[in-house]
Write a protein of this length. Sequence first.
Length: 136
Amino acid sequence: MSVTLTIRDETASGQVYHEMPLQFPSERVTVRELIRERVYQEVQDFNRKRDEKVFRGLVQPTDAECVLNGKRTEYHLKKHREIDWKQQFENALDAFRRNGFLVLVDDKQAESLDQEFVVGHDTDVSFVKLTLLAGG
């Protein structure tokens, strides 16, 4: 039985700036599987739109620039090109390991990629990107 989970991107203060539904084949999901499915879906959505130059994703693709005054998950490419979801997935795993973003499941921080949780109708999953402070 597949289950659908809505994930949210939030600021550190809790403001939601992006949401997307993800489907999983089982109600038991690891953080690694969660990140994998998210990255896969983002890349597939982008690659389908041949004229799109703005990638909305968890991690920045190679040779892309952050969109100024845009959402925290928007990156501009000079021209449309296919993005490799496997490379994006590896970059996302690396970012998680380096604390580039947090994954909160029901307001509790996920500690490892292999941490497992059960998806229910009221499960709340948020991604919070961390930014370095100037001079800090």
